[in-house]
Write a protein that binds this ligand. Structure first.
Ligand code: NAX
Length: 328
């Protein structure tokens, strides 16, 4: 048997963890021939529930699952880790200011970045799902100076998938006929889902849709506020769709994006499209040879410019706030 890939999942006892772990064990993350070893990290209060999930994983008798270990210590959980899915985070609770939220998450993502730096495998790839995902990724990356910053990413694939589905609904096209959709900026309500370069069945999406008011007043807010709509309908936040997006993100990263298409991911900015260098912002990206590349040379019209700038301004504010708190 090939050497198993070590996959660390934090927040393993949470609702995204519950949806995610079975997909990983069944081979959806890395492919049907790659065995995986799961390293689960929880806070001490979450360990018992994680043990319960591990019992169920065992009961799946997954041929690719080479082992499961459960930890409440980040150093142990990231030791030898090849893929890190940072799902566990401190949610915003009533009355919590943004500064408090960032500080609480700094207390999680700083030690996890340090543990990744210290013990993860050379090829480690990190996806931050826990919110505020972009800034949490920035915090973790800045405490892992020996790991290339490009290996720290934040998840906007759920937003991307939501955008593709909304276009499919509107146009009647199959999801597989839709390409080149982009999410720019922060994984928050300021994100900019952009159809200006999207293609539907070989034609520009904006021509097929032929309804700029729908794009501006329905499509963009529906995608950006979809998380709230799920909470309203389900009484709980998105979990299976978020797990699915995490699987998609890592799968694209490791196996590449299809020729002629791209996806969206929060990656470190190299200054492309006027996004300040060092911010972890969502961009149109392709993956080749196991590395993300920001798609270059796209025309950005005035409307898009304004939307991108607004979301990036929020990322800059978050970065300034965590800098002030001494977290980066
Ligand atoms: P849950 O509250 O169900 O689970 C979170 C789990 O993380 C809990 O079991 C908790 O004990 C654990 N945890 C907390 N601190 C930890 C630490 N320091 N180390 C290890 N484990 C820790 O939340 P869930 O619904 O699973 O969501 C997890 C995170 O994903 C949240 O921050 C949520 O906001 C975020 N999301 C991000 C999305 C994205 O697109 N980027 C979409 C879905 C989701 O909203």
């Amino acid at each position: 048997m090939t050497t198993p890939v070590n996959v660390t999942v934090t927040g393993a006892a949470g609702q995204i963890g519950y949806a995610l772990l079975f997909r990983i064990a069944s081979g959806h993350l890395l492919g049907a021939t790659t065995p995986v070893r799961l390293q689960l990290l929880e806070i001490p209060q979450g360990v018992k529930a994680a043990e319960g999930v591990a019992l169920e994983l065992e009961d799946g008798a997954f041929p690719l699952l080479a082992g499961i270990d459960i930890y409440d210590d980040a150093k142990a959980a990231f030791d030898g880790c090849n893929i890190a899915l940072l799902v566990g985070a401190r949610p915003r609770t009533a009355g919590m200011e943004r500064g408090d939220l960032l500080a609480a998450n700094g207390g999680i993502f700083k030690p996890q970045g340090e543990a990744i730096n210290e013990g993860a495998a050379e090829d480690v790839r990190v996806l931050v799902v826990g919110n505020p995902a972009n800034t949490n990724a920035l915090i973790a990356a800045s405490h892992a100076p020996d790991v290339p910053t490009e290996r720290f990413t934040a998840m906007t694939r759920l937003d991307h998938n939501r955008a593709v589905s909304q276009v499919a609904r509107k146009t009647g096209a199959a999801v597989s006929d839709i390409s080149r959709v982009t999410i720019w900026g922060n994984h928050s309500a300021t994100q900019y889902p952009d159809l200006s370069h999207a293609i539907v069945g070989g034609q520009p999406a904006v021509e097929v849709i032929d309804d700029p008011v729908w794009i501006r007043d329905e499509f963009i807010p529906t995608v950006a506020k979809r998380g709230a709509a799920i909470i309203e309908a389900r009484g709980a936040s998105s979990a299976a769709s978020a797990a699915n997006a995490a699987i998609d993100h890592v799968h694209s990263w490791v196996h590449g994006t299809p020729e002629g298409d791209w996806t969206s991911a929060g990656v470190v900015s190299d200054g492309s499209y006027g996004v300040p260098e060092g911010l972890i912002s969502s961009f149109p990206v392709t993956s080749e040879g196991g590395a993300w590349k920001i798609v270059q040379g796209l025309e950005v019209d005035e409307f898009s410019r304004g939307r991108i700038d607004a979301s990036v301004a929020e990322l800059e504010e978050e970065r300034a706030a965590v800098r002030e708190l001494g977290l980066i």
